[in-house]
Design a protein around this ligand. Structure first.
Ligand SMILES: Nc1ncnc2c1ncn2[C@@H]1O[C@H](COP(=O)(O)OP(=O)(O)O)[C@@H](O)[C@H]1O
Ligand SMILES: [Mg+2]
Length: 492
């Protein structure tokens, strides 16, 4: 069914003309928004309409900005429609996204459309390269996409044409919406310029949680965001219990590493670690201007990792002064909702860093595949939530509790329902403080994808034959390892 939607706002054609155009386009029903002068942002009629539409319906609007006053609003509504399998047609721009099109497509088109529209207003402006520095570009994208400034105001501020601003926004939105390409990242990509569409730079200094099932792309998404932090000179420490972060210190395809990152511990260590070094490393990381990965994946037992982390976080909390992004991958290992007696001290330290660490410069980012298992007092502190694919109802309920504490419940219900369908590398980014709520496909990272590499390395041994079995040698090796194990302290 074709349903028309019009918004009677200043700057739009009169309602009678809009109604006529929609009827001529074949709309069987027309829904009208009549906001007061002060309430141009509120769209109760559209919300009612969205709630009763069914997959296969097509919404027709006189122009794309009938859907909302700001670009993020328009993008958000386009996303809601396409996700629900509803088509969208806009008469002024000859925009036509049939029902059940890929969510990414219409968003890219909205971006393109905006740049064309601005270009046609200023004919001479089309095609010229942007005359904004990367830092200015980030500033523009952040301010416009967060809804704090209009594109026109930013054009005036930086003395560039509105077309330049629109082109920039279009490129960012297309980048955010496009599925990650299969090939390697472009060699000339500038890290500080690879904004994940919607999340402004200021948001990167917020406490952030990334949740999603195993393999949904959490670590990958976090790496992309951390690359942005490093690109602007931020200090970073990633605690990695799975041995998947060392690639941050490598370039792709044997290219030079884009960022200097020290790797402590694990199979690719610059500096090996043993479980007794927690306090020393905490003091070192707290005092150094550097980016590092602390890989505790080969410490043998969960108890040994917890003991290390207790000493490490305690010393780091004391020693740290400047801003430090502390990324805790698989954070539920350190701050579980149900804590073992030997984990209570560690839980206390993590809570301290997350709740009160701001004054000491800590920007904690927590990553977990089980938000329901992460301690709720820790999760609730996150100001920004990135949710990748999430299927279990308990985990979605945990996200729901975060939403109740931080964000809009109506939107929340809609998003919770959509979480199981997300594809790998896709997530909802919700930053209530920044006015950001968007579905994003996280772009390629600039560093080596080391969550994937072990599998590739294993395959390189093909055609699949190991050395012939030497039973006596294996027996000796096993006896040697057993003897070593008996010397280990009891907590390992
Ligand atoms: N946005 C993405 N673009 C391209 N590949 C991705 C993306 N997200 C995840 N992947 C691939 O999937 C693998 C697993 O993702 P990862 O982030 O490690 O999952 P997890 O959610 O378990 O942390 C990555 O190593 C990478 O190869
Ligand atoms: Mg991971």
């Amino acid at each position: 069914m074709l349903i028309g939607y019009l918004r009677n706002c200043p700057g739009h054609e009169g309602p009678a003309a809009q109604r006529r155009a929609l009827a001529e386009a074949g709309c069987e029903q027309i829904v009208e928004e009549w906001p007061g002068v002060e309430q141009c942002d509120e769209q109760p009629a559209l919300h009612d309409l969205l709630a009763r539409l069914q997959a296969g319906d097509v919404v027709v609007v006189p122009r794309l900005d009938s859907l909302g006053r700001s670009l993020p609003k328009v993008v958000q509504h386009v996303q809601s429609l396409t996700e629900a399998g509803i088509g969208l047609r806009s008469l002024a721009e000859a925009f036509d996204a049939p029902p059940r099109s890929q969510p990414a497509e219409p968003i890219a088109v909205v971006g393109q459309h905006n740049s064309q529209k601005a270009g046609s207003r200023r004919p001479g402006a089309g095609g010229r390269p942007p005359r904004l520095s990367p830092a200015q570009q980030l500033d523009v994208v952040a301010k416009v996409l967060s809804g704090r400034h209009t594109a026109a105001a930013m054009a005036k501020h930086y003395l560039v044409s509105p077309a330049t601003i629109s082109r920039l926004l279009a490129a960012r939105l297309a980048d955010a919406a496009a599925p990650a390409p299969g090939g390697p990242a472009g060699k000339d990509a500038v890290a500080s310029d690879r904004i994940v569409g919607v999340l402004p730079p200021s948001a990167l200094d917020e406490r952030l949680a990334i949740v999603g099932t195993s393999g949904s792309g959490k670590t990958y998404a976090a790496k992309g965001l951390i690359e942005r932090v490093m690109a602007t000179g931020g200090r970073v420490c990633v605690v990695d219990p799975l041995g998947v972060w060392w690639g941050l210190a490598r370039g792709v395809d044997s290219a030079a590493p884009p960022f200097p990152v020290a790797v402590f511990g694990g199979a690719h260590a610059d500096v090996p670690l043993d479980p007794g070094m927690g306090a020393a490393l905490g003091r070192l990381v707290g005092a150094q201007p550097m980016a590092c990965v602390v890989d505790v994946s080969d410490f043998g037992s969960a108890a040994a990792r917890r003991a290390f982390m207790t000493a490490f976080t305690g010393a780091l909390y004391q020693a740290n002064t400047g801003p430090l992004h502390l990324v805790l991958d698989e954070a539920d290992l350190w701050a579980p909702q149900r804590t073992q007696p030997d984990g209570l001290e560690l839980l206390g330290r993590i809570e301290e860093i997350v709740r009160r660490g701001r004054v000491r410069g800590f920007v904690p980012w927590l990553i977990t595949q089980r938000p329901a298992v992460l301690h709720k007092d820790v999760l609730s502190q996150a100001g920004i939530l990135v949710s990748m694919k999430l299927t279990s109802s308990q985990d979605r309920a945990a996200v729901g509790r975060w939403i109740e504490g931080q964000a809009d419940r109506t939107e929340g219900r809609r998003i919770l329902g959509a979480l199981p369908q997300l594809r790998r590398g896709e997530g909802w980014v919700w930053a209530p403080g920044e006015g950001v709520l968007a579905r994003v496909a996280f772009p390629r990272i600039l560093t080596l994808d080391s969550s994937q590499t072990p599998r590739q390395e294993a395959r390189r041994g093909a055609p699949g034959l190991f050395a012939p079995v030497d039973a006596p040698a294996l027996g000796r090796a096993l006896a040697g390892l057993a003897a070593e194990g008996s010397e280990e302290p009891s907590h390992r």
